[in-house]
Design a binder for this molecule. Structure first.
Ligand SMILES: C[S@@+](CC[C@H](N)C(=O)[O-])C[C@H]1O[C@@H](n2cnc3c(N)ncnc32)[C@H](O)[C@@H]1O
Length: 258
């Protein structure tokens, strides 16, 4: 069951339990006992539906926060504005289960070291966010073409603006599943565990021999990376490097096996 549907069911179940409890007269007077029962029942339902652990905390806090916010009497327009802002940044995260978080400069430097030095290459960032990988990388390797595909409008617009003076960057708005990855020497993914099996299948089908798939933080389950790079940063980033199309002789392509 999709996580968003589980969340909806958990909240509905919480409301039904709270309604029944209120009608049966077992609850003390006031709004907070009702809220507490709703939150507890929603959390219990989320556990029963095997929702991811963070959803349990979200259900536990959801109605108490809504009730608290109502007491503050904030004008409804602010909620709408916050919703629109979040939607523009997170767009289809509820479906793809890939939120927005950004690669740092140290990671870009580590990825730059994976690129062959003797010839220009083409790199694709799957879900390029605000371009925080592409921009430092394109500066480090002005001879390389750094491309990104991003679905969420706000990060895409930001990346376009921030990279406007870097001619070797090109970002497009769209779905990276819908384009061919065959022309790229390195495909970079900083996504989540959820799409990694599909990323692997597409990479195996489309990447040329010698082309690298580099996944930040999320390995492909059951596949041994040919190399793992530990980045010297605070979050201890790990880059899992794969050759989905198999190796290519050094003389032809320049990407070396470990
Ligand atoms: C964790 S962020 C990584 C951003 C950037 N690659 C970086 O390293 O800084 C993942 C991004 O992928 C985007 N995304 C998820 N699925 C996508 C898809 N199918 N097509 C395009 N973008 C997608 C999300 O909107 C999000 O901005």
């Amino acid at each position: 069951m999709p996580p968003a549907l589980k969340a909806l069911l958990a909240q509905l179940a919480g409301c039904v339990v709270a309604f029944v409890a209120a009608r049966s007269g077992v609850l003390p007077a006031g709004i907070w006992p009702l809220v507490a029962v709703q939150a507890a029942a929603a959390t219990g339902t989320a556990i029963a539906l095997k929702s991811a652990p963070w959803w349990r905390w979200i259900h536990l806090g959801f109605t108490p926060l809504v009730a608290g916010a109502l007491l503050l009497q904030i004008a409804p327009g602010w909620y709408l504005a916050a919703f629109v802002a979040f939607a523009l940044f997170y767009w289809s995260s509820f479906r793809t289960q890939v939120p927005l978080f950004l690669s740092n400069r140290h990671t870009a430097e580590a990825v730059a070291k994976l690129l062959p030095r003797d010839h220009p290459t083409m790199l694709l960032d799957l879900g390029s966010g605000t371009g925080s990988l592409l921009r430092p990388l394109a500066r480090l390797r002005p001879d390389c073409r750094c491309e990104g595909m991003e679905s969420a409008p706000a990060p895409y617009a930001l990346s376009l603006w921030l990279s406007r003076r870097q001619p070797n960057i090109s970002v497009a708005r769209g779905d990276f599943w819908q384009i061919s990855w065959a022309d790229y020497d390195l495909v970079y993914a900083f996504l989540s565990p959820v799409p990694m099996p599909e990323v692997w299948r597409k990479a195996c089908a489309e990447l040329q021999p010698g082309a690298l798939l580099v996944s930040n933080s999320f390995p492909v389950e059951g596949i041994e990376p040919y190399k793992v790079v530990d980045v010297d940063d605070r979050r201890r980033t790990r880059l899992y490097c794969y050759l989905p199309g198999g190796p290519k002789p050094l003389a032809k392509k320049g990407i070396r096996r470990a």
